[in-house]
Ligand binder design. Structure first.
Ligand code: ATP
Ligand code: MN
Ligand code: MN
Length: 303
């Protein structure tokens, strides 16, 4: 409840170690500023974290001092960061889940800057409940071309009866999300997304690159389908980014894109008022069937 949450935040902020450590030289933001941002963003962020395996990008001495990616519980106790049953990911240490404000505040204390999630819920680890296209602009690509590429992906997906939702990455690009009925296996979703990205590159080779890698991408956008593989993760909406300026990944409506300056339009310093808009651009977010797409791509999908 609200009063309990406020007390928890106040006590965690008061006990935060190294509150004045500058974690990003460009913005001058301190660990305490990031902690305050996450305390405010927590109700929104939690909706994107709850029920899914989560991974962290941590920056123990600030983002210039190096970051590391963490997929499993570490040595330190982090209350509210819960290990998931080991059988979910055989042959690996347990995955983690965050479902409470307490978990977010524990992460902030441990210098977590980014929260990434899997495309699956903990109850259906082999069956994705979303497909992700990560639009990565190559060198020399103007923001207008990223917007155009995003809209082409949206229209392309619509041909298969699929509605898609959009967020800024907080970095250089955009993320397009297709929520799925979690009925299809990971391999199907993964191969289908690759087929779709390749079809886009064949249809509009001036806009889309067929392959990742800087060389292939010059002047073009790579519709990165690799976010749909086993154990792949994508930064969660409302997560900050461990990059100069501390961008934030924010859900946006399709007609807002052209008004943005880039994937880092919002940052920890400026996302405050946007928190009031929250997830309303995603209010109709609903799982969909891939049947039509699978029928259309069927023959092309045999591996
Ligand atoms: P941009 O818009 O700038 O491309 P992005 O979030 O799409 O931002 P990256 O920050 O390059 O792209 O992230 C690459 C992906 O790989 C992330 O979604 C993350 O889940 C994963 N990742 C990042 N760092 C590591 C790592 N060290 N090990 C494994 N996976 C990682
Ligand atoms: Mn990207
Ligand atoms: Mn990518």
């Amino acid at each position: 409840d609200d009063a309990r949450d406020r007390i928890l935040v106040a006590s965690r902020l008061a006990r935060l170690t190294h509150p004045d450590r500058i974690i990003d030289a460009l913005s001058g933001l301190r660990k305490l500023d990031l902690a305050r941002y996450y305390a405010k963003a927590a109700p929104l962020l939690l909706k994107h974290l709850r029920g899914r395996p989560v991974a962290f990008v941590r920056a123990p001495t600030g983002i210039a001092g190096g970051t590391f990616f963490q997929r499993h519980p570490g040595g330190h106790a982090m209350p509210g960061v819960n290990p998931l049953p080991q059988h979910l990911y055989p042959g690996h240490p347990p995955l983690m889940e965050i479902a409470t404000l307490e978990g977010i505040m524990a992460c902030v204390q441990m210098n977590v800057v980014e929260f990434h999630t899997w495309n699956v819920s903990r109850t259906a680890i082999g069956r994705p409940d979303r497909m992700v296209f990560d639009l990565d602009p190559g060198r020399g690509v103007q923001w207008g071309q990223v917007c155009q590429a995003a809209d082409m992906v949206r229209a392309f997906l619509a041909e298969f009866g699929l509605t898609s939702w959009l967020k800024t990455s907080g970095g250089r690009g955009l993320h397009i999300i297709v929520p799925l009925i979690d009925r299809h296996g990971l391999d199907i979703v993964s191969v289908l997304s690759r087929g779709m990205a390749q079809r886009l590159a064949r249809t509009a080779p001036g806009v889309f690159a067929a392959q990742s890698g800087d060389r292939h991408r010059v002047g073009r956008v790579f519709a990165d389908y690799l976010r749909n593989g086993q154990a792949a993760t994508t930064v969660a909406a409302w997560s900050a980014r461990a990059r100069p300026g501390l961008g934030v990944s924010v859900p946006v409506a399709w007609d807002e894109v052209s008004a943005l300056r880039g994937g880092d339009h919002w940052s920890v310093a400026t996302a405050g008022t946007r928190l009031n808009v929250g997830d309303t651009p995603w209010r109709d977010y609903a799982p969909q069937s891939l049947d039509k797409a699978l029928k259309a791509f069927g023959p092309a999908l045999r591996m």
